[in-house]
Write a protein that binds this ligand. Structure first.
Ligand code: ZN
Length: 145
């Protein structure tokens, strides 16, 4: 799936005449790894999301991000929450990138982070198992503040 994102580098490879720079930072060629992992805009979002999580991501591209997300952490519930956060981050970055193309404006990263926290809270609330321990519920509230 990672290699299928229609980033500018892929569009150029199939012959479309598009500018290659990343719309989020304007500094580097837009590849899947850059847009979703390495871009300074994404790094700011990720750092803000991880501030309360006390978690240091150990990946530099989409391939090893998947491996990192599937390593066991402190329990199944917390692992699923972290996976949900990253899936929501990637989705929101892609939406923001496309909004930048079509509307020509980019939201401040704090606004995107707030949207991600809201999305994660709604998803987790909708599927949270009844047997989640109180300390895990407290942890969830803390990381989404
Ligand atoms: Zn960038």
């Amino acid at each position: 799936m990672w290699g299928r994102v229609q980033t500018k580098d892929r569009l150029r490879r199939i012959g479309l005449q598009v500018e290659s720079n990343c719309l989020m930072c304007g500094l580097h060629t837009e590849t899947g790894d850059h847009l979703l992992i390495q871009c300074t805009y994404v790094k700011r979002c990720s750092q803000e999301l991880n501030r309360n999580l006390q978690l240091l991501p150990q990946f530099t591209n989409l391939g090893n991000m998947s491996d990192w997300l599937h390593k066991p952490t402190a329990g199944r519930f917390r692992c699923q929450v972290v996976q949900c956060r990253y899936a929501t981050l990637l989705y929101n970055i892609w939406i923001q990138r496309n909004t930048t193309i079509w509307q020509g404006s980019i939201k401040h990263y704090n606004s995107v982070v707030m949207q991600i926290k809201t999305d994660v809270w709604m998803r987790i609330q909708g599927i949270m198992p009844k047997k989640v321990q109180e300390r895990d519920k407290d942890w969830l509230r803390q990381i989404l503040m």
